[in-house]
Design a protein around this ligand. Sequence first.
Ligand code: ZN
Length: 667
Amino acid sequence: MKLGVCYYPEQNPEELWHLDAQAMRELGLKIVRIGDFAWFKMEPKNEQFEWEWLDRVVNILQNEGIQVVLSTPTSAPPSWMINQHPEILPVAENGISKNFGSRRHYCPNNPAFQDFTKRIVTQLALRYGKHPAIIGWQVDNEFGAQNSVRCYCDRCVKKFRDWLIDRYKTLEDLNNAWGTIFWSQLYSNWGEIYPPNLTVATPNPSQVLDYHRFASDSFIKFQKLQVDILRENIENQMITHNPEFDQFELDTHKLGVDLDFLSWNSSPTGQAEKLTKRFYAPWETVPEFSYDVGDPYITGFIHAWVRGAKKEPFWIMQQQVGQTNWGEINTGIRAGTVRLWTWHAVASGADTVIYFRWRASRFAQENYQSGLLKHDGSPDIGFKEIANLLPESPVLQQLKEEPLNSPVAILTRFDDLWAIKIQPHRKDYEYLRTIFGYYRALTELGINVDLVPANTDLSDYRLVIAPLMYIVDQDITDHLEAYVARGGTLLFGTRSGSKNESNIMVNEPLPGLLRALVGGTISEWQALPAGVCFSLRSEIPGLTGEAGFWTEAIEPDNNEIVNVLVRYLGGPHSGKAALTEHDFGAGNVFYLGFYPNHDQLKALLKFFVQSVRCEGILDLPDGVIVIPRGNHRIAFNFTRNEKTFVMDDQVVTLPPRDIKFFLRDWS
Ligand code: ZN
């Protein structure tokens, strides 16, 4: 278990480098990440490289026994490059080119930029690929940040056509896949196809989904361009990347394939500020948590998303240590917070935590972002927190080595995420909000959850949940049928199986290809305005109230034995099934025909985890999380108040912003 820090030597006078490295060692930090955004320092003029300063930094750190993660600098192309090749700049959805002056100002498909990238990465790899102090590489920084995934430049137009030719082979297949006969959109030449921006009315949703896929693939290819050069030239060094988890516009499942592991940048108060509005429905009560700690369910959700992508440990490449700079309020933090975040990350599967950043910057865009040192160089709150945390690092190490087993998997897919965003049909029907609701309810029950790509091996899970498996093809159907046939339990939520991979409605009764699994048909569905609800009669303990927001009536198929667990008592579906259970092979499949509120979801998931015999089900107060690791459990209180709950028939009391370990066989 190692702790480290992000460092920007190029932003500080050289006489500080020795002092900084020495102070890092004395604090107990073992890893430093450098190099992101330092392209100008590495190549101040075209093809004129300057490495001596970086050599000195690496040597200084090495002499203090600190290992180095070197980032490729491609997230910040220098001004001379943009001046020579302005076509590198990305074009916004409104058709206007973006400007130099911040970061992420490049199109990943631009050939000149790709050449500059190949050259700088090759130079870096040749010089540092076998350096004993360099333990690994971060490619670029925060793909996807600042809404930078989709570019609409001329080059992207051409590359999009190439991507479509590769996918569809013939225009006839593309026209059929997109349904272009509608509104006379038929294409008779590949050159007639453009990105789906600046249309007068709504663009074709199949085209929009393909543009999301193409743009995401463009960054995955751009990353691979760098990874391939590094792999050719490095020895015993890892490669990772830290994508942005804000808009989820980049397929991080695919992005992780070429990497040794994924990393992410965790800023709990900033992330909660941004994501609370998207993860909680407007009518929901946001659970209590401290304004200066962030929402632990949101932080935990992204931990689980990153861990699930490769089902492997991950790194926190930038852990917030004080104020963020880019939020709406940018709250300060209080004593205990950095320790809490570090433990939460490690308990959730993080292998290494790198704090952001060593010194606060006095200048430019992030001059309010806290570092471990203040602007005047004196220790800030995060520094003191780490000093207090380090005596606990042997325990952190032991915790990290314990298995992180989850009995429940929630299936996630970017195709579904994007397709629902493109056509939500009912305002506020959001993919991430739906998935998050299930994750939060299970976390409140003390159950570890993996958020995994849908094609993951599911054999170890007692319960698999597909809250919104909207787009379904034969491969995923076969995969799920095999899991259930072997004895698995599978729960589908509303709108499952509605569309095919081209984002068009299926031409068979819903839920389309999933009908055999469900043993029934969705005979009718309703998107409901606020205040319109249908009564329910439920056999699930605690599942009470009415169905609102979105409802579907399930009609059991003839010759199938289907158990109805919840039925509509009023409204147009009156008397029809709202939750069904169907035996399939050695397992069973549930279909939930309404969009549950949080209390209903919690009752429902409690019923499911009990029926698949999950152990250690708890009833945790808001803001308290318990994570089982092997035989051990760690409890967190993310609130400003003391909290109590019952675990193993004992009353547990947790002080504010504190943790408790429940360790077995601890020595
Ligand atoms: Zn472009």
